[in-house]
Design a protein around this ligand. Sequence first.
Ligand SMILES: [Zn+2]
Length: 436
Amino acid sequence: MDFSIKALTEISTLMAEEIGKQIEAERIQDLQALENGIRAMLKEVGQQTYQKVLESEDEKQGKQIECECGWRAQRISKRDAKLLTVFGWVSYRRSYYGCKRCGQKQNRLDREWGLHPGGVSPVMGKLLAIAGVDIAFEKARRKLKEFLLVEVSDNTIRKQTQQMGQRQAQCEAEWIEASQNETWLQKRERTIVEGPERLYGSLDGAQVPIGEEWRELKCLSWYRVAPLYGQTRLKAQSMSYHCEIAPAQDFGRLLWATGVRRLADKAKELIFVCDGAAWIWNLVTHYFPQAIQIVDWYHACEYLTPIAEAIFPQDSDRTAWLQSVKEWLWQGQVQKVIQACQSYLHHPSASEAAQRAITYYTHNQHRMNYAEYRQKGYWIGSGTIESACKQIATARLKIAGARWTISGAIATAKARAAWLSDGNYFNTLAGVPSSA
Ligand SMILES: [Zn+2]
């Protein structure tokens, strides 16, 4: 924005004079007090400026306006309203007009500027939601007070965060509807030129506390894998996250709808890197039969640890065994891994873990050709870092003491999913562009 330097200089000169008086009166004696003094002043100036601008915009409308019925509506009163902004509560007065013909009473300012009296401004709403998607609402409140010098309730933050999640839910519902519509799909078929070269998808589930019970939040993510700029290390990029507490069948529709948006069905290579849960592979096979299925490396290794722990009391023995078995897995020799587990089937303390591992490796053998995947340059997952559920459920919903209603959990999780997604997606939902 192109403000007049002269005007800004005048404002800062006045502010400096005010601060100077506070220093003389010894109310400001150190750098902290100085900086906080300037912040408090800017906040106050912001509030007053906000109010003045709104009221002068209101005044510009004059004593009468054109009513929707075509008649002239006269100003009959001015009424107070307030709005929670990043500068705190801004109070303002605006005109009410009454039409003698149709009897309608209205104020134009709120409508023209999209003001919701008593509510939260869009910019503040976005900030509250951003705070609420990352940490507990109560912590977010304390943090925001430090950052903005504005006192808001936990509940206001909760509402703004969950509102963002509800907008996400609306978008997803529209995508689901479109992706189930034959006409829409045929039209899309004619417009798409080319799909992505190599696209990845991941699905998983995590238990979250709903009231007194636990429910599974299912999560999915779409991403590409490429080195970061100027680096050789591969990293998941262009992430988009989605989640739902729903039966697998319903979640499948979200998988398909979001996949259609990412052109997953048109990808030259579509690769799913997931844990071994049956519902996941069933959905993948149903919606994307052409996809390459890979068991996430982290989950593949996870089954070995309990066996090693049961057999080897010594750290060094345990590590040595794990290393050699993981090496076979890394080379795609799943049969050898299964045989290694079989040799402990009758071990008194390891048999249960061995049985579980054998079942898992046998079922998922064809998804564990790691040597081949590595040779083709496929990403096999590098641990839990990329897990969508870790990002959404574990990091936000499963924090100590958190208890959710089902709609609150879903809305918060969806808001977080939107926030974690790359690009401008969250800003679009918030209706507020990223500040430069
Ligand atoms: Zn009228």
